[in-house]
Design a protein around this ligand. Structure first.
Ligand SMILES: [Zn+2]
Ligand SMILES: [Zn+2]
Length: 336
């Protein structure tokens, strides 16, 4: 399977897919209910593979790997340690699998890699002068810590009886629908929070740390400043205000904690062997890391299209972005 069937490289060796970033036929006018329904059940589509995968991991994490709800009633170091260990194991396995195959084994070399260079191993930009070490450090010491903090803090309410837990048996349709909608809520929350942290002073204070990864790898996904992690994982708070089950919190946090790995993988396609490959859906967000001021959303809501910040990877989109930046710079000069 040749890379040239799917895209081309420019003079500097940067890979650009022939495909354009697009949106599913769901939030469009006039409505296309048949196409939308087809997309929900298509492979790949809304449910399979990513959404169902994160739901399954989250549900397993709650029912098999987490301490019992009573343990969350008191904020103890022991419970925190167990929760941190559980979430760290998920991250190490998932992020590690992408990294090990593509960056340690270099199983497909730079085939389909957007940026021809490997992550910086000697750069003063990064902690320890090493992009991977910087990314891994921020992922565990800030990312998984704050993720686990949200898990403990939010489950403290039902554990102490301030929020009642519904029975899955009696409300199984509601339970499943809520789990399936988490992806949609995460998309909206990510966009809102991401737009917010692109404004000063939050950008210089926090989000700039994530944007040091112009050439991202899987570990760049959760490599953020603690302030950004607090905004990022706050998506789970919403579920305290609905008829409640702890799995809603865990699945939302697992979705937020794991989905950045394929999203930052740095490759347009991942080879599986025997001429097969799959698209990890990382192109739109790669363009955000490359050009900063486009594709703030990452997923299925066409928010960038509605607000004029969409970049589909084409030359026309690039020209539009340049014009927009020129206008912005001019405005800044006059308002300063
Ligand atoms: Zn990113
Ligand atoms: Zn950003």
């Amino acid at each position: 399977m040749a890379e040239s069937n799917y895209g081309s490289r420019d003079k500097r060796g940067h890979y650009r897919p022939h495909k354009r970033v697009g949106y599913p036929p769901i939030f469009i006018w006039p409505l296309q209910p048949r196409a939308a329904l087809k997309w929900v059940f298509a492979v790949p589509g809304y449910l399979v593979p990513w959404n169902v995968f994160y739901i399954c991991v989250g549900v397993l994490s709650w029912f098999l790997l987490s301490p019992p709800l009573e343990a969350y009633a008191k904020i103890s170091f022991q419970t925190f340690f167990l929760v941190f260990l559980k979430n760290s194991a998920l991250v190490a396995l998932y992020f590690g699998a992408f990294h090990y195959r593509l960056y340690t084994l270099r199983s497909q070399d730079t085939d389909f890699k957007f940026n021809p260079r490997w992550p910086a191993a000697k750069s003063k930009q990064f902690l320890f002068n090493d992009q991977n070490l910087d990314n891994i450090f921020l992922t565990f010491f800030s990312g998984v810590t704050i993720w686990s903090g949200f898990e403990l803090g939010l489950l403290w309410f039902p554990a102490n009886g301030y929020v009642s837990v519904l029975s899955v048996k009696e409300n199984w349709i509601y339970f499943i629908v809520m789990l399936l909608l988490i992806h949609l809520w995460r998309d909206l929350h990510f966009y809102l929070v991401h737009r917010l942290i692109h404004f000063e002073p939050l950008y210089s204070l926090a989000h700039r740390i994530h944007h040091k990864n112009i050439n991202p790898g899987p570990w760049s996904g959760l490599a953020m400043h603690p302030i950004e992690h607090i905004f990022y994982f706050s998506c789970a708070v919403l579920y305290l205000f609905f008829p409640f089950h702890p799995a809603f919190i865990i699945v939302t946090l697992v979705h937020a904690g794991l989905s950045p790995a394929p999203g930052h993988v740095g490759f347009d396609r991942i080879k599986l062997g025997k001429g097969e490959s799959f698209d990890p859906d990382s192109y739109a967000h790669y363009l955000h890391h490359k050009y900063f001021e486009c594709n703030y959303a990452d997923g299925i809501l066409p928010l960038d299209r509605w607000f004029g910040t969409f970049h589909d990877g084409s030359d026309e989109a690039q020209t539009r972005l340049k014009d927009r930046l020129k206008e912005k710079n001019l405005k800044n000069r006059f308002t300063r």
